[in-house]
Design a protein around this ligand. Structure first.
Ligand SMILES: O=C(O)CCC(=O)C(=O)O
Length: 301
């Protein structure tokens, strides 16, 4: 019994924690076996419920104010908003990474400190495509087999800079579930390996380094059928930089994601991941924590 003045209280103290399921709830910064396997083999995975609801709410409030104040420009072609740097670098956006367990989860994947390109998250809004709705297209139709892209390095050239980051990290601020097109990120499972090899082959053939860039924009190969990545607000999707992906059509309700482009600390150094990828090292070069987890899983199976 603990006493203070006239106030007294009983404390019950367990000898040791007895509910293992609670442990997973407070340790969400470690990928489980199936997430590890999916990330390695398919190039992407989803982690449920990573970002606390109040952090999501503050980010949404910040985005809503930025829209009211027109702190963005409309991108040529798509007409989608590109927010000013100050909006995307703001605490309400960066807190998605730093005040959740996300940063620690990423550090555990690389077994290293991480860097976030631009020190910012890209606010990606996909409104309902009213034209598609009016045309009454098949709401379930998958994206075209060659509609994918991979994100470029800072200069837009893979020849000198094969990629400035290694993981695309998408934080869902709205729900987009099910097999109806609701603006989900579309990904081509397994394409990270094929596209890494295709890029290496292209670079090997281009011995004089005269190709101005290797963007895979023209004549993109058919890399199969995409899948829609279904998420609820607060969930996170991780996708390897080489994974073919695209923003999917939306016939449901406005979809908002924040994308961080993340790399292992030292990625751009002379012997960093970027240079090792250039030399032909494998697509998981630098993902030391993930590779260790893979070895651990292999040793117990
Ligand atoms: O989900 C989206 O809005 C598109 C994401 C994408 O393709 C990208 O950021 O490269």
């Amino acid at each position: 019994m603990w006493k203070f003045g006239s106030f007294s209280m009983n404390f019950h103290v367990s000898e040791y924690p007895s509910r293992p399921s609670e442990i997973r709830k407070v340790l969400p910064w470690v990928l489980d076996a199936s997430q590890t396997e999916q990330l390695l083999s398919q190039g992407y995975t989803v982690i449920k419920n990573v970002i606390p609801a109040d952090v999501v709410k503050k980010a949404l409030g910040h985005i809503s104010s930025a829209r009211k104040n027109e702190n963005y420009v409309l991108r040529n072609g798509s007409g989608l908003p590109s927010f000013y740097d100050a909006v995307q670098e703001a605490d309400q956006i960066m807190n998605l990474m730093t005040t959740s367990s996300l940063q620690r989860l990423l550090e555990s994947i690389y077994d290293s400190e991480i860097e976030i390109l631009g020190g910012a998250g890209q606010i990606a809004i996909r409104p309902v495509d009213e034209d598609l709705v009016k045309r009454g297209v098949d709401k379930h139709k998958r994206a075209n087999r060659t509609a994918w892209h991979v994100d470029e390095g800072g200069s837009g050239k893979y020849v000198q800079r094969p990629a400035d980051f290694s993981l695309l990290v998408g934080v869902a601020l709205t729900d987009s579930e099910g097999d109806v097109n609701s603006g989900q990120l579309n990904v081509w499972p397994g394409s990270h390996v094929k596209l890494h090899e295709a890029l290496q082959e292209h670079l090997r053939r281009d011995v004089e380094g005269i190709t101005p860039n290797v963007r895979f924009t023209e004549g993109r190969p058919d890399i199969g059928k995409p899948v829609r990545v279904c998420v609820l607000k607060g969930d996170v999707v991780l996708a390897h930089q080489r994974l073919g992906h695209c923003g999917g059509p939306n016939v449901v309700q406005e979809r908002i994601m924040v994308y961080f482009r993340v790399r292992k600390s030292g990625h751009g150094n002379s012997n960093g991941v970027r240079e090792r990828w250039m030399r032909g090292d494998g697509v998981w070069t630098g993902f030391d924590g993930l590779l260790r987890k893979k070895a651990e899983l292999a040793s117990i199976s």
